[in-house]
Design a protein around this ligand. Structure first.
Ligand SMILES: [Zn+2]
Length: 267
């Protein structure tokens, strides 16, 4: 039912239907809202939800943050579409718990930085949708592990996940030990370690390898907590890939949960 991604850039074109996540919401006048919808095939599209605050509105209760919808959008007038119809595919009530909401908000924020306006990215949409389901359903104690796994998946999607099996300088396998390299976030062998030499814990690296190599559905079963140092490396990789710091991250990897000092997380 959906049009090709390039056929309907935001701001023009005909109306269309599609799967969407409620990405952001803004109040508009007294009874309406502007919603930013993340569509699987069209990227982020803004639409006016007319009268969404009215008690009789069919949109009431459907355009909650991160709800999964099947939407129908009008063609654009003055650069803005109207949300004609929204059918609830699933609401994410589980994400209302504070720790889950925080984890989901951090994940949404880093994905938002990675989205190119008006460009549909089905693979990223599927990662986001699957990731939100994991964050909604996993045991609360597994939230930091799942967030870390999702960060690795996002970095891989962006082509920004470094090799952490081999030395960044010479390519030798980092089997028994690894050190921080000159480049921030890079891992090196003893000979190419930055001065002063700082070892990276093997448990931390092994944990990241397991997250990278195993399917997301198995992450919640990994024995926790996240090993000391394991959250610090993706922090550096994310900061480089997104060219900004993630303001919510240090709250997800709270010191009590991970034994990591906030200064190490790059958040
Ligand atoms: Zn080396």
């Amino acid at each position: 039912m959906t049009s090709p991604p390039s056929a309907t850039p935001e701001g023009r074109g005909r109306g269309f239907r599609g799967r969407a996540l409620v990405w952001k919401r803004f109040d508009f006048r007294e009874t309406s809202r502007i919603v930013a919808l993340l569509l699987r095939d069209h990227g982020v599209v803004h639409a006016l939800a007319k009268g969404a605050h009215r008690e009789t509105s069919p949109l009431l209760g459907r355009i909650d943050f991160l709800s999964d919808l099947e939407v129908q959008l009008s063609g654009a007038r003055d650069g803005l579409r109207t949300l004609v119809r929204a059918d609830l595919v699933r609401e994410r009530r589980g994400l209302r718990a504070p720790a889950r909401f925080l984890a989901a908000s951090h994940f949404v924020e880093i994905c938002d930085f990675a989205l190119v306006p008006g460009r549909g990215e089905p693979e990223l949409f599927d990662l986001i949708e699957g990731g939100l389901t994991l964050l909604e359903r996993c045991p609360a104690t597994a939230l930091p592990t799942v967030v870390l796994g999702l960060e690795l998946r996002l970095l891989a999607h962006l082509g920004a996940l470094p090799d952490f099996d081999c030395c960044n300088e010479c390519g030798v396998a980092l089997v028994t030990q690894a050190f921080r390299g000159e480049v921030q976030g890079a891992l090196c062998c003893r000979a190419h370690a930055a001065s002063p030499r700082r070892a990276v814990g093997q448990r931390a690296i092994s944990f990241l390898r397991v997250l990278r190599d195993q399917p997301g559905r198995s992450w919640p079963e990994l024995p926790g907590p996240v090993p000391t140092g394991a959250a610090a490396l993706p922090a550096a990789w994310l900061a480089q890939a997104l060219e900004r710091r993630c303001r919510l991250r240090r709250h997800v990897f709270a010191p009590a949960a991970t034994g990591i000092r906030a200064v190490d997380t790059g958040a």
